[in-house]
Ligand binder design. Structure first.
Ligand SMILES: [Fe+2]
Length: 385
């Protein structure tokens, strides 16, 4: 977010936030700096500062975070990645192929919703542009900066929590995305394993599957273009697939990205962003550069006006809605699950997901704010919004 361009009269911070796990396991912000370069005009705000300063520091932090979330965590990591997978699937894998049967339900409506997003959500006349502090160039810059670092493993939850050092539940309890997401990842892996075992005798038969190899080659080479027309090299999608274990991981990754990962970053938007002071998408006052100077009136004046507030509520409400004909994770059309063993594997997945639902609901009873976004019964199979 550093030095990105904003609309006239709108401002963005490029913040850093230090978080701390307190004695009862809660993750709390304990220091916020609102731009990247240390200096006298860039104080480190603390919870012990004046109330207005600390509220402002959190507000500017979350405002930038949400704009990044929408462009990177939501659109790039889920919508754009699933478009690459859907295109690779359609171009290379025939309907009768086991990988097609596994992945097709997880790409339902993805191309259509992305097309709609390009028409009415992102771009000059889109709702995103109407609500963000970032102008169009700023939005492109943030998207491209994230794209240059992007790895498909950002939605491989087991690799991701290790890479970010947040895998240990004894050090970081109450990280429900990690705990619920890994259960769903494991359930999907077991299902994919059963289907792949039915279809491939050994790794040699994987290497000799020309359709599968062209699928991987196409996504690796053409699936992740950079904004400047070149292609991203570090995205970690392999150029070929050599083993059964690799197919299982790749299919699980794609199924998880289109279902759980998208649900986790999409359906909480209304809850967290519809009360505008909690996460204003536009701020009309520069981030405070000194402690003790910002007044309550300036802070209130920085918030979006009535029209901006309405836009935020409308956009986040719309983006958090389910499709009228939603199909939820673990539900597969009969024509794609034909063999007796495949039907048994699908039934086993449904039972495991039901068990996970019960466990999450039981856990949620003790939470002040229940974490509901990875309840399997609330996770669509594919991106439909
Ligand atoms: Fe979405």
């Amino acid at each position: 977010m550093d030095d990105v361009s904003c609309k006239d009269g709108a401002y963005c911070a490029a913040p850093l936030c230090l978080l701390y796990v307190n004695a009862v396991g809660q993750l709390k912000p304990i220091a916020i700096q609102l731009s990247q370069k240390p200096g006298n005009d860039n104080p480190i705000f603390l919870p012990t500062d004046h109330r207005i300063d600390w509220i402002a520091a959190k507000m500017y932090y979350v405002s930038s975070h949400y704009q990044f979330h929408q462009l990177s965590s939501h659109f790039l990591t889920c919508h754009a990645a699933m478009e690459a997978y859907a295109m690779g699937l359609m171009r290379n894998i025939p309907d009768a192929h086991p990988v097609y049967k596994l992945l097709r339900p997880h790409t339902r409506y993805t191309m259509a919703i992305n097309n709609k997003a390009r028409e009415s959500l992102i771009g000059p006349n889109g709702a995103i542009n109407a609500t963000f502090s970032l102008d169009l160039q700023g939005q492109k810059d943030v998207f491209c900066r994230a794209g240059k670092k992007y790895s498909v493993n950002w939605s491989n939850i087991k690799r991701d929590v290790k890479a970010r050092g947040v895998q240990d539940s004894s050090l970081l309890p109450f990280y429900h995305y990690r705990d619920d997401g890994i259960k769903i990842w494991d359930a999907l892996t077991t299902y994919v394993n059963s289907i792949i075992d039915l279809s491939y005798h050994d790794d040699k038969s994987v290497k000799e599957d020309k359709e599968l190899q062209s699928f991987a080659h196409d996504i690796h080479n053409n699936g992740f273009p950079a904004y400047d027309g070149s292609y991203l090299n570090g995205h970690d999608f392999p150029p070929s697939i050599s083993t059964k274990a690799e197919i299982v991981e790749i299919c699980t990754l794609i199924m998880f990205t289109g279902s759980a990962q998208h649900a986790a970053v999409n359906f909480g938007q209304y809850t967290y962003y519809s009360f505008v002071p909690n996460a204003p998408l536009t701020l009309h006052h520069p981030p405070p550069a000194e402690k003790g100077k910002l007044t309550f009136k300036q802070l209130m004046d920085a918030l979006p006006n009535e029209e901006g507030t309405q836009n935020m509520i409308t956009v986040t409400s719309l983006l958090s809605k389910y499709s009228s004909d939603e199909i939820f994770v673990g539900t597969y059309p009969a024509e794609l699950v034909v063999e007796k063993e495949a039907k048994a594997a699908a039934e086993n997945l449904r039972k495991t997901l039901e068990k996970i639902t019960v466990e999450i609901e039981e856990r949620n009873k003790a939470l002040e704010v229940p974490y509901i976004y990875l309840l399997p019964k609330k996770i669509p199979n594919s991106i439909t919004i």
